[in-house]
Write a protein that binds this ligand. Structure first.
Ligand code: ATP
Length: 356
């Protein structure tokens, strides 16, 4: 078991609030990705879970036991660092066995366990080498192996792929997902890379300025972003976000912005300033009579091989359209863009939160 409950956790550095009163439940067996822009508090939160940093307030509970004051080496969690933090003077075998020696595991048992983990990660042929004699990808495996070797309740990983080249990163993503499945353990994984988060996470916690904006499966956070921040962070190209006004009259609701008309659901009684969001892949050329219509002029079209990205002017905003090729749009063309009403996201402009 490896459930982690975080209750009102906070951490200040002088005047800076790095983590601001965060509460969340990380379930046993989750692959929870802490995602967010640089400086949002991901590493600070992970280091507090690891016991490498003391919280200013709040509690951390591992499997029902309050570990807030427990020293790092006594917590049943293992950390994989971005720079791998291998001991340069020790062989791979001794690096892998290090956590077992610290815990005074009998030598035979430790050797057997190191061999087992080395087989599992396909690094058995490297056991006699020193870290400097390894490639980046091999070092990364040794770092993961050193975490696995003592069967911790949870693995904490801080951007473990960021030192690998793009191709190796893709392959290693799959390996980590596979490892998570095989071990059935809890993973807490820090990254600012949305592709890593979308492809590996069972759940994503999106952080912004020390707070959690949303927690959910990759599909939930992508399909129903809880805030303008989440909507703009996930997706490439990013979601189109336009300032609009919702006008409700006689039970009908219409969102309007320069060049935009969206007849949506009935029921709202208030007029309200909103941010209207549509993902680039949900826009397509229309005939103008659909419930959602954007009057657009195509500025430029980028050909990415498998798809094309068109940048259009709508009112005074730039709207991006993503289509599989061949696309029906050319630079200079005027047209109406449309989407299905269920693909229109509305956020309260004042609070930034999603409107139902
Ligand atoms: P990155 O993706 O760039 O690593 P992050 O989301 O992991 O960012 P943190 O490293 O947790 O962010 O930092 C959160 C905030 O706390 C930042 O404003 C950072 O400058 C500040 N901070 C972190 N560690 C310290 C420290 N030791 N002393 C002072 N300020 C710190």
């Amino acid at each position: 078991m490896g459930s982690i409950r975080i209750e009102g956790l906070g951490r200040n550095f002088g005047g800076v609030t790095a983590v601001d009163d965060i509460s969340m439940e990380i379930r046993d067996g989750d692959f929870l990705v802490l995602l967010g822009p640089s400086g949002c508090g991901k590493t600070t939160l992970l280091r507090m879970i690891a016991g490498l940093l003391e919280p200013t307030g709040g509690r951390i509970v591992l499997d029902g036991e309050d570990i807030t004051g427990t020293p790092a080496r006594k917590r049943d969690v293992a950390m994989v660092f971005q720079n791998y933090a291998l001991y340069p003077h020790l062989s791979v075998a001794r690096n892998l066995g290090f956590p077992l020696r610290v815990r005074k595991v009998a030598k035979d048992e430790a050797t057997a366990r190191v061999d087992e983990v080395a087989q599992q990660l396909e690094i058995a042929h490297l056991l006699d080498r020193k870290p400097k004699e390894l490639s980046g990808g091999q070092r990364q495996r040794v770092a993961v192996g050193r975490a696995i070797v003592r069967n911790p309740k949870a693995f904490l990983m801080d951007e473990p792929l960021s030192n690998l080249d793009a191709k190796l990163r893709t392959a290693t993503r799959r390996e980590l997902t596979d490892l998570h499945r095989r071990l059935g353990a809890t993973f807490v994984y820090v990254t600012h890379d949305q592709v890593e988060a979308m492809t590996m996470a069972t759940r994503i916690a999106l952080l912004n300025r020390g707070s959690v904006e949303q927690i959910g499966t990759p599909e939930e956070v992508y399909d129903r972003p809880a805030s303008v921040f989440v909507a703009g962070f996930l997706g490439s190209p990013a979601m189109n976000l336009l300032d609009a006004t919702v006008l409700s009259a006689r039970g009908a609701v219409r969102a309007e912005a320069p060049g935009v008309r969206a007849d949506l659901w009935p029921g709202t009684t208030e007029d309200i300033d909103v941010v209207l969001g549509v993902r680039p892949e949900h826009l397509r050329p229309g005939i103008g009579t659909e419930p959602v219509a954007l009057i657009a002029t195509v500025d430029s079209v980028e050909n990415l091989g498998s798809e094309e990205i068109a940048y259009c002017t709508v009112g005074d905003a730039v709207v991006c359209v993503r289509s599989p090729r061949p696309i029906a749009m050319r630079a200079g063309q005027s047209l109406t863009l449309t989407t299905d009403p269920e693909h229109v996201h509305l956020f309260d402009r004042a609070s930034g939160r999603r409107l139902e």
